[in-house]
Ligand binder design. Sequence first.
Ligand SMILES: NC(=O)c1ccc[n+]([C@@H]2O[C@H](COP(=O)([O-])OP(=O)(O)OC[C@H]3O[C@@H](n4cnc5c(N)ncnc54)[C@H](O)[C@@H]3O)[C@@H](O)[C@H]2O)c1
Length: 318
Amino acid sequence: MKKILVIQPIHKEGIKLLQKNSDYEFEIVENIETEFLKKKIKNCDGISIRTANLGSEIIDVADNLKIISRHGVGYDNIDLKASKKKGLTLAITATANAVAVAEHVMFMMLHISKRGNMYDDTVKSGKFNNRNKLPKTIELWNKNILIVGFGRIGQALIKRCLGFEMNVFVYDPFVSKDIIKKHGGIKVENVIDASKKMDAMSLHVPLNEKTKNMIDYKFLKALKKNCIIINASRGGVVNEVDLDQALNEDLIFGAGLDVFETEPPNENNLLLKNKKVFLSPHTAAFTEECMIRMGKETIQNIFDFFNNDLDNSKIIKL
Ligand SMILES: NC(=O)c1ccc[n+]([C@@H]2O[C@H](COP(=O)([O-])OP(=O)(O)OC[C@H]3O[C@@H](n4cnc5c(N)ncnc54)[C@H](O)[C@@H]3O)[C@@H](O)[C@H]2O)c1
């Protein structure tokens, strides 16, 4: 019987799959401290893991481990070098997240453009009659949006933006002009030049050396004053200190962040007090439907792996 360690609880629909399969025994752990995980992982054949850090010191002692199944699509919490050295397979829940994150981006973009907090505060604080004196809101209709990174989430987002009749531009050096055109977008070659004409930008790239601090003060200063920036990719792609400064200097209309350089953000993070940024606690994929999909897919990926049936699109090349 194969042993599966579920690191951090997942939706009960995923657990049900394990309960029904007599080829597997499993344990769910909430403690994510290194020494604890080192003990627990020792005899496991497979793990499902959410956001806990899986460093080389843990992977190195996992002598039976064959598969790491990420609950989600990002994998910057996993030591890839150590995983490769051990010959492990790393799988992601590739088909689960995109729609939920794309909806979250639309929610943030609409919330910011319609000044959701301000309207709500106005009514609840008894200031309804101020409605003519409030700062104006803006429409998404006919506006230019740049989607940076045209993978699963970028491709789910374009459909929603086109539904709002936005003009969609895409920056992704690894996706062809034809594919972008087929999805209804226009490929741009130079992200800095293109961004100067945008009313909105949404980031959907992995965090790496190229994308870290991609959006810094210089970049923000060149944008149109009505531009809205959304980051639901990874913290660090947007430089938070620079974003705070740009918002305070009215260089852009507003920003929405679901992810942070440090999670949770430090209490002295200036953005926590900035009214022009709308924040969510890395919950873009936390809809009930998406949690069910991720919970089931992370377990199914383990089953498929041991049945030699795991789809290639779910495997990360190490
Ligand atoms: N907020 C959340 O809860 C949440 C949920 C899921 C995914 N994510 C994050 O969203 C991001 C995108 O996820 P995905 O599933 O669409 O990934 P994906 O791998 O399907 O797509 C990423 C795209 O980025 C492109 N890319 C890589 N480097 C680039 C660069 N320098 N400039 C422009 N494009 C570049 C790639 O070509 C690829 O098309 C990841 O960082 C992931 O971790 C966040």
